[in-house]
Write a protein of this length. Sequence first.
Length: 86
Amino acid sequence: MVVVRFGASWCAPCKRVDTQRLLAIHPDITWYYADIDQDDGTYVLGYCGLQQIPGFICIKNGHPSQALQSSDTEKITAYVKQAFGL
């Protein structure tokens, strides 16, 4: 179970997400953070099907779920739980 979180340090909506609450969803979830400002010109955000940040993609058994674009911690939590059947 892997979740990739897309964001940027300057993004106000990204800062509203309760990171500690997300990390507490399940101990077996591995979280990665993709800072869009560190993109080397390959446009990772668009490649992953996202148009805005914050964005999230869950990967289960090597298969990515449809991306979620939201800063609502409740929506993100529900998205992650649903993606992994928790």
